[in-house]
Design a protein around this ligand. Sequence first.
Ligand code: ZN
Length: 317
Amino acid sequence: MRYRLLTLIASVFVMLGLSGAAHAADNADAASSKVKAVASFSILGDMVKTVGGDRVAVTMLVGPNGDAHVFSPTPADAKMLAGADIFFVNGLGFEGWMERLENASGFTGALVVTSGGVMPITMREEEGHHHGAAAEDHGEDEITDPHAWQNLFNGEIYVKNIRDGLIAVDPDGAETYEANAAKYLAAIEAQDKAVRAAVAKLPEARRKIITSHDAFGYFGNAYGLEIIAPEGVSTESEASAQDVAIIIRQIREEHIPAVFLENVTDRRLLDQIAAETGAKIGGTLYSDALSDSDGPAPTYLDMFRHNVGALTAALSS
Ligand code: ZN
């Protein structure tokens, strides 16, 4: 009995002590009490922020306008990942540097592959690089197109994976994550309808575009646009002179109206293609990264609004 009473008194003191300390340190500690999440690139970073809200502190490895294909993690990145509770990656081979970083960091938190459950687009190496003429060459490696986020239906799968990952590491926040995700999913669905409506207004013969690297395969499949890219699904390999010659011929033969720059790639190649074919430069599409906060595509949904606006402006008439 006496023991119990002592325990009770002790726990009251502990509670008082804790609540006092929590008050005093409320602001200073607000960040450290949050779930520490790392996202591999800016598009995921935005999604995790939207689902996580105030409960989650998000750090991005590859920030706005950065190219995750050719990212090279630093020791500081490894140290930062080591202190994280949860690590969100795209998967599908997008982060070729990921395993090395994970091993270097000794990360022991939860790893969430946000593309888990999407239907991947795969292509033969050659097809990816658009060496159409050499198609009789068999035994090529199959490569997976990692840019699944460019289909908003896949974006919904990403959001559900993010929600479930956050709930697993922070069950107390389940209600918040469920509510934030539900609202977000509704907004993504509305954006999907808007993209379909905008593409439906484009003349069918003009639904063909050139981009520098092949980042819009999922977008094209989902929304009915033909995308041609000299560089393949990664920015790592440069287009060969033969690739460029094939594309220039294709633009002339098929009367492809516009070529689009990307925020993560060099514009010189497309400037050259536009100059040689007379196709116009249709503006910049955001492919693998968001813009910074004062740019035209600071969020995942803004990216679609901006890209569809650029496509509509260039392809309408
Ligand atoms: Zn890419």
